[in-house]
Ligand binder design. Structure first.
Ligand SMILES: [Zn+2]
Length: 389
């Protein structure tokens, strides 16, 4: 019988964070416009967590914030032999709010023409998406879209609501809605492959499986976590469940920490704590015992499944294989092609450990943040193919 780990699911968050046009009208109640990718990226991360908890392997087709070309996305999914692809988007009609009851609304699932596999995946996901938050169900729509046309296996592009409907636009930044959407899509993927869905643990635990050392993420909930990292630059923490520099919210000096752990979760293949500061704001920090300790636990706060990082150094979350160049990619000291110094080159086909990705400057595909000769360095995004540890 097939196991979830037999399947690789490609997850696509539509557009880049800065993609022109892909945003809501100005929303007075939040004082800004919302970028489409803010929702797409978040729901994709939650979907990744859901599917990995169920045992699936996952592939992010656009792991940086850059506006990754559609061909690069389907090439990545096809070359890795992904077994299904789910692309998340938010729809737009006329680009303005016309008032309650007057705007286009609802969610829809988009598949390629006469593609029975696409349709069966869409039906499985639709069954769950129709539940939960009340939205108009617009059905399964056959359409000529790059993602569903060019991906070799079953693919569905979900438009989860309308950006120019104020009620649905606000759902884009509603974390409950983001998590619910991811959960419903994961349930549909499980049904499609005949895999049992594994619900998140109780007590608000994000559902990380028990750690190999026997401690569970749950027994750290409510405790204080602090940095035991002595490096002068401090330990990074983030506003979102990611190790991406774009969401770095600050750094913790040795002995500084957060009063409350909300839960432990797997992010990009590594463990993180979701924490609250004294004012109740939520942040994310590594749970690697080399870098943090939890109050009341002897030394370690639970094992990390990722390979141990060099002591005191950056934490690798995966690796990249050099692709897309004739011979070798340049390794830079900073994420800006124009002002960086070259640290060396790495030949096509070789791999390097990755600590995250950053948008940087002067690269439409962003930059991989890598570990090169024991130090932090950067490689242009399009020259690396990512694989999570
Ligand atoms: Zn879109």
């Amino acid at each position: 019988m097939a196991k979830a780990s037999d399947y690789l699911i490609a997850l696509d968050d539509g557009h880049g964070l800065g993609t022109a046009g892909k945003r809501t009208p100005y929303i007075p109640s939040v004082g800004r416009k919302i970028q489409e990718n803010e929702f797409n990226e978040r729901v994709t991360l939650f979907l990744k967590m859901e599917l990995e908890r169920c045992g699936f392997r996952t592939l992010l087709t656009a792991p940086t914030d850059a506006d990754t070309p559609l061909k690069a996305r389907t090439d990545a999914a096809n070359s890795m032999g992904a077994d299904a692809l789910v692309s998340n988007h938010y729809n737009a009609f006329d680009g303005k709010f016309d008032g309650p009851g007057k705007d286009a609304e609802g969610h829809s699932l988009h598949v390629y023409f006469n593609d029975a596999k696409d349709r069966r995946l869409a039906e499985n996901i639709a069954k769950y998406l129709k539940q939960g938050t009340k939205q108009v169900y617009r059905g399964i729509i056959e359409q000529n879209l790059h993602m569903t046309r060019e991906f070799n296996g079953p693919a569905v592009l979900v438009e989860n609501g309308f950006m120019d409907n104020e009620r649905e636009a606000l759902l884009m930044i509603n974390e409950d809605f983001q998590r619910e959407t991811a959960r419903e899509q994961a349930l549909g993927v499980c049904d499609f492959f005949g895999i049992p869905y594994v619900a998140a643990g109780n007590g608000g635990n994000g559902g990380t499986p028990p750690n190999p050392d026997g401690t569970s993420g749950g027994n750290v909930v409510g405790k204080r976590v602090e940095s035991i990292y002595r490096g002068a630059e401090g330990l990074d923490f983030y506003s979102r469940p990611t190790f991406d520099d774009a969401y770095r919210a600050g750094t913790l000096k040795f002995g500084y920490g957060f009063p409350t752990i909300v839960r432990k979760l797997k992010v990009e293949g590594a463990d993180m704590y979701e924490v609250k500061n004294s004012r109740g704001h939520v942040f994310y920090v590594t749970a690697a015992p080399q870098f943090v300790k939890v109050e009341g636990s002897g030394q370690s706060s639970g094992g990390s499944a990722s390979p141990p990082p060099a002591s005191g150094g950056p934490i690798a979350i995966g690796e990249i294989t050099i692709i897309g160049v004739a011979n070798a990619a340049i390794v830079q000291d900073r994420p800006d092609r124009l002002t960086s110094k070259d640290l060396g080159t790495i030949r096509k086909g070789r791999t390097l450990p990755v600590t995250g990705s950053v948008r940087g400057k002067n690269s439409s595909s962003g930059y991989w943040e890598v570990i090169y000769n024991g130090r932090r360095a950067y490689i242009t995004g399009k020259f690396g193919r990512y694989k999570a540890y």
